[in-house]
Design a protein around this ligand. Structure first.
Ligand SMILES: Cc1cc2nc3c(=O)[nH]c(=O)nc-3n(C[C@H](O)[C@H](O)[C@H](O)COP(=O)(O)OP(=O)(O)OC[C@H]3O[C@@H](n4cnc5c(N)ncnc54)[C@H](O)[C@@H]3O)c2cc1C
Length: 412
């Protein structure tokens, strides 16, 4: 099963290929191409500006807000070509994948004009202020408050697990704005500047030495009254849109990183003989089969988008998709470690040591590094948690797709 492309889509593919060949560092397509940590840092710093010049960030957004207004199939071709070249296609995940599409869907004209261009040109970095110490899965119980004072919201409370909070310029923040309403009804979605005296960010160090997430404390922090997205006390619906974007993945290219991993595992298993163990072979085939299911399911959802039909709502699609790939990947990384054994803990050893998808050699704290494979393993443990745990995704599927009775709620 494969896609059929129109001649104009193939012409567009040629345009992207030639742009990539011109703009990626020399030697990028050589099989043994590697970057030093310094070169990677320089590449990462300069790449968003190049993407912006090419117009590739959020290129499916309407032209009036700075996008290229690409068709669905052009968007598919764009993702395919960047995936083929293994070139990053985003400036800031929280900006271009989460809050940008949310502002497009729910924002006022003023918000679109103020924030979307800065997301597109990669100059504004964002973080997601949803989870609190006692409000993760039960997000609607959040306690951070926002109270109007003239033309500004005054914010007090604490968020946790805020990825990239220490680099962010703005936070899309869930706050309680009506304490007397039922918990889902008194929440507002605010856009809050991070660089101000009332915001304190503290990093949380993880087992692999990185400190990507933070605790964020709001102590009389402020943002303009007009920075509420989707209306006052309507934040629960808006947040669910953001979560649906977070749980989705590219329909046609999302599976590819798993194929890359599968090849690395196969190389390791062939090299050390693990491939001859029946149980390893069985687990590898299970992984490969699931990757193909992911690919075919992506094609199915693309066909239904193109045909204008929807076999399930966006929330349910995000929930099934996220639950499937994160559980699959967690098991696959356990398999990768079982195949490689204790040597998976050694840094820069064996095939693919520096190339596990989603990791890079320069990650980690000096003096406390782990191998890229271990780093990928650790991160796979978090995938069934961020964006809503697998149990929560199962609840969504049970209640919204299968129509099962709602689980009992605690008192409001
Ligand atoms: C890598 C990573 C990045 C993250 N980045 C961000 C971020 O940028 N911004 C942000 O706001 N948050 C972020 N989070 C937080 C994430 O959204 C929460 O960890 C997640 O929603 C779970 O909440 P919790 O940790 O409080 O666990 P809890 O809600 O306390 O859950 C504990 C356990 O109980 C289970 N459970 C809870 N309720 C139910 C139920 N009703 N039915 C069945 N089982 C249940 C859960 O599945 C879980 O196994 C991140 C998390 C990770 C791991």
């Amino acid at each position: 099963m494969d896609l059929i492309y129109a001649p104009e889509d193939e012409a567009f593919r040629t345009e992207i290929r030639s742009w990539l060949e011109t703009n990626l560092p020399a030697g990028w397509f050589d099989p043994d191409f590697e970057m030093t940590p310094e070169d990677r840092k320089e590449f990462n710093a300069g790449w968003p500006a190049k993407l912006f010049e090419g117009g590739w960030i959020c290129a499916t957004w309407p032209k009036e807000y700075g996008g290229k207004g690409l068709t669905t199939m052009q968007g598919v071709v764009l993702s395919e070509e960047f995936a083929r070249a293994k070139a990053p296609l985003r400036a800031d995940f929280f900006g271009d994948t989460l809050v940008g599409p949310t502002i497009l869907q729910w924002g006022t004209e003023e918000q679109k004009k103020e924030f979307l261009p800065q997301i597109l040109n990669g100059t504004m970095r964002w973080c997601q202020g949803f989870s609190e110490p006692n409000s993760g899965s039960d997000l609607a119980s959040l306690k951070t408050t926002a109270v109007l004072d003239g033309d500004e919201w005054v914010i007090n409370g604490q968020k946790v697990w805020t990825t990239g909070g220490h680099h962010a310029d703005y936070c899309f923040l869930l706050t309680r704005t009506d304490p007397d309403s039922p918990k889902h009804k008194g929440i507002s979605y605010l856009l809050v500047p991070m660089h101000q005296p009332g915001v304190e960010v503290r990093g949380i160090t993880q087992p692999d030495g990185t400190a990507e997430f933070c605790e964020v404390f709001f102590d009389d922090a402020r943002c303009p009254k007009d920075n509420v997205v989707g209306g006052v006390n309507n934040g629960w619906k808006v947040a669910n849109s953001t979560l649906a974007f977070e749980r989705g993945m590219s329909a046609t290219t999302g599976y590819r990183r798993f194929e890359e991993e599968f090849k690395l595992m196969l190389a390791d298993a062939t090299e050390n003989g693990a491939i001859h163990e029946p149980l390893v072979r069985q687990r590898m085939m299970e992984y490969y089969t699931k990757i193909q299911l992911l690919r075919i399911n992506g094609l199915r959802s693309l066909s239904s988008t193109l045909a204008g039909t929807k076999d399930m709502g966006v929330a349910a699609l995000g929930a099934t998709n996220k639950m499937f790939w994160t559980e699959m990947h967690k098991a696959a990384m356990e398999l990768a470690l079982d195949i490689k054994g204790a040597s998976s803990m050694l840094i820069d050893t064996g095939s693919g040591a520096g190339s596990w998808p989603g990791t890079s050699r320069d990650k980690g704290r000096p003096g406390y590094p782990v191998s890229p494979m271990m780093s990928a393993f650790f991160f796979s443990r978090s995938e069934t948690i961020w964006g809503g745990t697998s149990q929560i995704q199962r609840n969504i599927v049970g209640e919204r797709v299968l129509g099962l009775p709602k689980e009992p709620q605690t008192a409001q």
